[in-house]
Design a protein around this ligand. Structure first.
Ligand code: G3P
Length: 217
């Protein structure tokens, strides 16, 4: 499963990229707002840090303006993936851009039928929001399983990009189901490293090492 980080914080991106773990980055208008930085500048900087797809979202709601915004975003770097909302105009834009060889990430997906539409429109990625799905008392991971089944039934190439990931169990379940990608905030990716027995083990080894009075360097 590929790992994307869901943030516009370039320091976090650079730090996580150094582990070799990051296959891409996703941003959205809320994350850009949180960064307090210029959208175009921050996307350009991220594209230099991570060679994989960097999702940059259009903010227009009509197809024509979406295409104009996508043209600006595409000029930033070759690894920009255009993110569009799962609406009729969003999917028109997806079809047009995909036919033109651009990777499109269709976002705000909350049903398997919506995911089917995005695949038929040629999306490179579909982003079902599992956390927000759970917030409504629904089962976000069941949505991923349904999309996996449907995409496999028809051999769609669209990659399932699990989004709105809130905790490590979402990551584990995504991998079990066979999602192609998951995008998570830096805190969730950092939590994947943690295990109390790892910490306890290090503590024990350090205590015993100190008793030897030796040093390696
Ligand atoms: O990038 C979109 C998505 O990951 C948002 O997550 O936590 O705001 O529902 P969240």
């Amino acid at each position: 499963m590929k790992f994307f980080v869901d943030t516009a914080d370039t320091k976090e991106i650079a730090d996580l990229a150094a582990t070799g773990l990051l296959d891409g980055v996703t941003t959205n208008p809320s994350l850009i707002h949180k960064s307090g930085r210029s959208f175009l500048e921050v996307v350009a900087e991220i594209c230099k840090i991570v060679p994989g797809p960097v999702s940059a979202e259009v903010v227009a709601l009509d197809h024509e303006t979406m295409m104009k915004e996508a043209a600006v975003l595409r000029k930033i770097a070759g690894n920009v993936a255009i993110k569009v909302p799962l609406t009729l105009d969003g999917l028109k834009t997806c079809k047009k851009l995909s036919d033109d060889g651009v990777k499109v990430n269709v976002t705000l997906c909350f049903s398997a039928n919506q995911a089917l539409l995005a695949a038929k429109a040629g999306a490179a990625f579909i982003s079902p929001f599992v956390g927000r799905h759970d917030d409504y008392g629904l089962d976000g991971m069941q949505l991923i399983a349904d999309i996996r089944l449907i995409y496999d039934n028809y051999d769609f190439d669209t990659e399932i990009l699990v989004a709105s990931v809130r905790h490590p169990i979402h990551v584990l379940e995504s991998a079990r189901i066979g999602a192609d990608v998951m995008t998570a905030p830096p805190a969730v990716i950092r939590a994947l490293f943690k295990h109390p027995l790892t910490d306890k083990g290090i503590e024990g080894f350090m205590a015993d090492w100190a008793k030897t009075g030796q040093s390696i360097i």
